[in-house]
Design a protein around this ligand. Sequence first.
Ligand code: C2O
Ligand code: CU
Length: 464
Amino acid sequence: MAVLTRRNLLKASALAGAYGAGIGIASRFGLAAAAPEPLILTAQTTEMKLTDAGPTKNVLSYASREMPPTIRMKQGEPFAAHLINVMENEPTTIHWHGLRIDNRMDGVPFLTQPYVYTQDSFDYSFTPPDAGTFWYHPHCNTLAQMGHGLTGMIIVESPDDPDFDAEVTLNLRDWRLGGDGQFIAQFRPRDAAKAGTYGTVRTANWQREPQYDAPAGGLVRLRLAITDVTRIYSLKVEGAEATVIAIDGNPVPERFPLDLLLLGPGQRLDLALRMPDTEGAVATIEDIRGTNPTTIARLRAVGRSLKRDTGDLGRLAANPMDKADISTAEQIPLILSATAENGAVDSICGSLGYSFWAINKAPWPGDTPDPTAPLAEMKLGKSYILNVENVTPHTHPIHLHGMSFTVLSSSTRQVPPLVSDTYLIQPDEKVRLALVADNPGDWVFHCHIIEHQKTGMTGYFRVV
Ligand code: C2O
Ligand code: CU
């Protein structure tokens, strides 16, 4: 089932009791209950046909010969996953990107949990407080593990979600493959010191330019996540009316037509796509960044037009979050810079061997047994403003674990008051992000261009 239509969803729900299926992937957990059956996620080495050159070896996934499953959860209902690691000589963890959950479930080795070694396992259980589009990935040897495939999507459903005629999920990422379809070096040091090393093969749902059918004249909820380790996208839709309804899992304050949107690694976008009325008409999702505009995926209109109108869609409910008190908020300066200090720290969770970046002058690659001091200590329940300044000539998708912030203002542009976990900060930009420190624990704050993260642009906040 390439597309989850509303009718199929109802059918699947009737069968499964509670859940439908994601793109081609049946969710294996299920009935709403206090102690849910854990979803088994087995981190493993597999093979996959990603290019015409034949199967790519040493692909990593949480399923055999498939991409990591799109996990469906329900807002406010308990979820459990049992991670089993059968990768060889690869310790791992799972981080649930964007979910504001218990610190012990956050998946950061040394800081929040021990790493899970080969043949070992770990039980994750939590209740997602927010509805929306999220994703999951390891937080140990991340460049290699994510680069080889371990990036999956999460959909947290709310009973109040508006009615769409279909849903399409797109997991967007690249692969660093040579002409023979096999992995080549995951990064080049000179690129890690700049914008990062790009992949050579681009995919959506591990396919090149996949096409899905959707009802003509229908409303499609298109959920996409940039799970690539490097690439920033400039998204555009041709051939259909596309309205932005949520960014990074949170509804936008005012819906707006998608013209062009820059999204960095780690970010998500929810679009309401109104399919063309004519059977066979195709809408394309494109990335027009750089000199080579590329098609990411296509949606083809099928059947008689449903004649839906985007204006009929109900609003997405805001996620429950305390508003920061700006008048009493304490300011925390955070400077993203390059560093000349050569302090690459070795770790069982991987080191790239270089130190290029820093936050407040301290380079730390994260996921090491000897965390540096926290960037700041926050008091539980108090409001803070993160004053983030990018003094580098590169763009950084800076990401905070465990808490959401609201974008207050930028020194260079008009910014809507988006609620998010990731902000794509431009060169020479200063941005103010407000939050309530409402989740106790150690929360990592890092650039989601993984080469930047792993060569120093990582820190953490301690909320006590
Ligand atoms: Cu996607 Cu440390 O995060
Ligand atoms: Cu960066």
